[in-house]
Write a protein that binds this ligand. Structure first.
Ligand SMILES: *[C@@H]1O[C@H](CO)[C@@H](O)[C@H](O)[C@H]1NC(C)=O
Ligand SMILES: *[C@@H]1O[C@H](CO)[C@@H](O)[C@H](O)[C@H]1NC(C)=O
Ligand SMILES: *[C@@H]1O[C@H](CO)[C@@H](O)[C@H](O)[C@H]1NC(C)=O
Length: 452
């Protein structure tokens, strides 16, 4: 019996899932106090809650004073704690079937006084979601400044620029989903330019424009494509998405994870009361993302804590999917892991060295033989000075050699080289790292690669 179980475990390990899909929902739930709300949240929020179940990752906005009711009949395993009611919180929350790390709330630098934008700390949130083995996606939920006066359009341009610079710091090499209430339309001059800027600066695509409009953007300054509210009974899905909503889904792939298709659906029919009226003054929008994993670059789960600055070696080391040979690796450590450094050589002979962390600890170096690959990475984390850091890293090669630094703890995990076929039938090995760093290593994960 034990042998049968072991055999089936081995089988499932070798049949790595390299494609799949997940679905998203973005919904402004109009949860302001009754007097300020444009909806009827006391009655409607309890009706919204049980309807959230079918969606894997949900971004809500204006989740202020009826937050407990929103979560009450929901069963998502991973949900952000509220940041407070109106005047205190941002109204942004995420409900997810998948675990996440590195959650942060950021307040906008600019707001325009009308529409109550400056009365509560509106902004955006960031989190790194583990959708499946190897499928880590950076999620941004946002609610930009409201209104259509010049001051609002200027504040929104600033809001978008603020998200863009965060994406550029946090998400190099990562797939991204930006989903929320943009208060913006491509048809509105000023907003159109801001939307195009965030798309172009970050390589994002708008799921509505791609799917519904065949890639053709509404022109800036054109007549608004306003949706009827509510939709008349019998309105078809095609009619519901022909108009433009300010609730948008923007996505991009990464070298490790390709979003092959990203749909766009108006979920009005799923969020109405028993007489068919919408449960908020915004329509909910959903998207199904179909993904596939690269057969030459793959993320392993990271170990460590939410401190230090982010790093991801994909853009610098693996750009253009050119996976080099690793030639030497140096780890610095003492009581913890201080630094990681490695040298690579490309097929054209170019060499390059990458270093993360600080200068503490003692170095130890492994020079890899020709064709030798690191196939196992063990990391341990622990608390130091109230923050979680990487205490230990151990690398094992296919020739049975190891390199290690730091001290083990009781909290360790081991990442193994992928078991599905590498590009061109070649073998997987350690190619780079991702994580967070300061004067030590705060978080570290392997990036597996198939050398070209
Ligand atoms: C549904 O919502 C509409 C609009 O808020 C309201 O007029 C109607 O009474 C609601 N229906 C029920 C059964 O509560
Ligand atoms: C060699 O290849 C790497 C990876 O494609 C590239 O970044 C580098 O510029 C190339 N060097 C030369 C001298 O062509
Ligand atoms: C511990 O953390 C505090 C606050 O971040 C910092 O000021 C202090 O220098 C740290 N101590 C050590 C030993 O790193």
């Amino acid at each position: 019996m034990a042998l049968v179980i072991l055999a089936s475990l081995l089988l499932s390990a070798s049949a790595a899932q390299t494609q799949g899909s997940f679905n998203l929902l973005s919904y402004n739930v109009a949860g302001l106090p009754e007097l300020l709300s444009s909806g009827n949240p006391a009655v409607n929020t309890p009706l919204i809650s049980p309807k959230l179940k079918p969606y894997n990752v949900i971004h809500v906005q204006e989740d202020f004073n009826f937050h407990a009711a929103l979560y009450a009949s929901d069963t998502h395993a991973f949900r952000t704690p509220t940041s407070g009611g109106a005047a205190i919180g941002s109204g942004l929350n995420t409900l997810s079937d998948f675990p996440y790390i590195d959650f942060e709330r950021t307040k906008w630098n600019d707001c325009n006084l009308n529409e109550g934008d400056c009365l509560t700390p509106k902004g955006f949130t960031f989190m790194r979601v583990r959708v499946a083995d190897g499928v880590w996606v950076d999620f941004y939920n946002l609610h930009t400044d409201a209104g259509s006066e010049a001051g609002d359009i200027t504040a929104r341009a600033s809001n978008f620029a603020q998200v863009s610079s965060y994406i550029q710091k946090w998400s190099p090499g990562m797939p991204v989903v930006v989903m929320g209430d943009t208060n913006s339309r491509y048809t509105r001059a000023g907003d159109s330019e801001s939307l195009h800027t965030i798309l172009n600066m970050n390589g994002l695509s708008d799921a509505w424009v791609t799917n519904v409009r065949g890639g053709s953007f509404p022109a800036s300054g054109a007549a608004a494509l306003v949706c009827d509210f509510p939709f008349a009974a019998g309105t078809t899905q095609a009619q519901m998405v022909a108009c433009e909503v300010v609730d948008k889904v923007l996505t991009r792939s990464s070298p490790a994870i390709t979003f092959q298709k990203t749909t766009f659906t108006n979920e009005n029919n799923a969020f109405v009361n028993s007489t068919g009226a919408p449960l908020s003054d915004h329509y909910p929008v959903s998207s199904v993302i179909t993904w596939s994993l690269s057969s030459s670059i793959r993320l392993a789960d990271p170990v460590g804590g939410p401190h230090g600055s982010p790093f991801n070696d994909i853009p610098a080391v693996l750009s253009g999917n050119a996976v080099p040979q690793t030639t030497t690796i140096t780890l610095r450590g003492g009581n913890r892991l201080d630094a990681i450094s490695y040298a690579v050589k490309y097929p054209n002979g170019t060499t390059s060295t990458v270093t993360h962390g600080g200068t503490g600890g003692m170095p130890s170096t492994l020079t890899l033989n020709s064709g030798e690959r690191v196939t196992q990475v063990q990391a341990c984390s622990g608390k130091f000075n109230d923050s979680t850091r990487v205490f230990f890293l151990s690398l094992l090669t296919d020739q049975g050699r190891t390199l290690q630094a730091g001290k083990t703890t009781s909290d360790c995990s081991t990442a193994m080289v992928p078991t599905d076929a590498g590009a061109g039938g070649a073998q997987w090995g350690l190619a780079a790292f991702w994580g967070r760093q300061g004067d030590e290593i705060d978080r570290v994960g392997a990036i597996w690669g198939v050398a070209s």
